[in-house]
Design a protein around this ligand. Sequence first.
Ligand code: UT7
Length: 325
Amino acid sequence: MKARIISTGYYLPERILTNKDLEKMVDTTEEWITQRTGILERRIASENEATSDMGSAAGAAALEKAGVSPGDVDTVICATITPDHLFPSTACLIQKKLKLSNAFAYDISAACSGFLYSLASAESLLKSGAAETVLVVAAEKMSSITDWKDRSTCVLFGDGAGAALLKRDDSGRGILSTYMKSDGNMGDLLIVPAGGSRMPASEKTVAGRLHYLRMQGNEVFKVAVRNMLESAQAVAEEAGIHSDEINLVIPHQANLRIIDAIAKRLKLGKDQVYVNLDRTGNTSAASIAISLAEADSQSILKEGDNIILVSFGAGFTWAGVALQW
Ligand code: UT7
C-alpha cells in the first residue's frame, strides 16, 4: 500500500514582473539577473491577494481535477513561510474557503522544503490509516517579505501556489521513498529577523527593515548543491531507482546554476530536469508543487515514470521524495 498523488493543481498570479522592470527599481541589470540566476520574470500577487487565496485556488483545481468533493477531504496540510497571519494557520483558512468541513488542518514551516516535508507527512498519515484523503497545498506570497530596496534578494523571488491530492493506493504506484534533513546551525544565513517572539514588531524593527527576508546567497548556494544531491541520491537508492531509470527530476527552483550543477552530477539530460524558474522565480515552498502540477497538466508525467523531487531551503532544511507516477 502506497500514498499516491491522484491529482494536482496550481495557481500563478496575473501580474508579471520582468528583469527590465527591476532595472527601474534597484541598481541591477537584466543581464546580471539572467546570467546569475536564470530567472527572466516572476509573478507578483495583488495587494488584496494573500497566501490562502492562492493556496485555495490551487487546492480547488486539484479537487476538481480528481472529482473529489470537499467533504471527502479529511486532512489539509499547508506548506508556507508567508502565512496570512501568525495564527490561525493558513491551512485552516484554506479549509474554510474550500468548505472542507470534515478535515483537520495544519501548517508546516520548512521554507523551500515545505512541500516535500508535507508530502512525507501526508504519506505517514495515509499509511498509518489516520487519513484517507489528504490535500497538500504549498503557497507563498514571497513579495510580502521581499525587501524591494535590496538588489541581492528582490530579484530572486515570486508568488504562487501548487497543490497535490493524495490517497492510499495498492497498484504499486505512488511515493516510493522520502528523505528529510535539517541543520539549525546555519539558520542565520537565510532569515526574516523580526515579527516573531524574538523580535516583535515595533517602530524600530520596521525602520530597520527587519521584517524582510535576508540571505547570504553565496553561502547558501554551496550548501544547496551538496544537500540537494545528497537528497536525490538517498531517495533514489532507497526506492531502488538507478540513475538511468530516472524519468524526471523536479528540483527546487532557486537558481539555474544550482539546477545545472545537480543535473550534471546526476548525469541527467535537459529533458530529464523540470525547469520553470525562468517564468516563476523562486516561490519557496510552492516551487516544486507548481512545477509538479505544471508538468502534470502538460502531460510530461507518464504513468509508471520514476520521478525525483528534491529541495533545499531556510533552516536549513533539505528533502527528497521519489515516486512512481
Ligand atoms: O531558496 C532557498 C535557497 N536559496 C538559494 O538556493 C539561493 C542560493 N544563492 C544564489 O542563488 C546566488 O548566490 C545569488 C543569485 C543569490 C547570488 O549570486 P552569486 O553569484 O552568489 O553572487 P554574489 O552574492 O557572490 O555577488 C556577486 C556580486 C556582488 O558584487 P561584488 O561584491 O562582487 O562587487 C554583489 O554585490 O554581484 C552583486 N550583486 C548584484 N549585481 C547586480 C548582487 N545582486 C545583484 C543584482 N544586480 N541584483
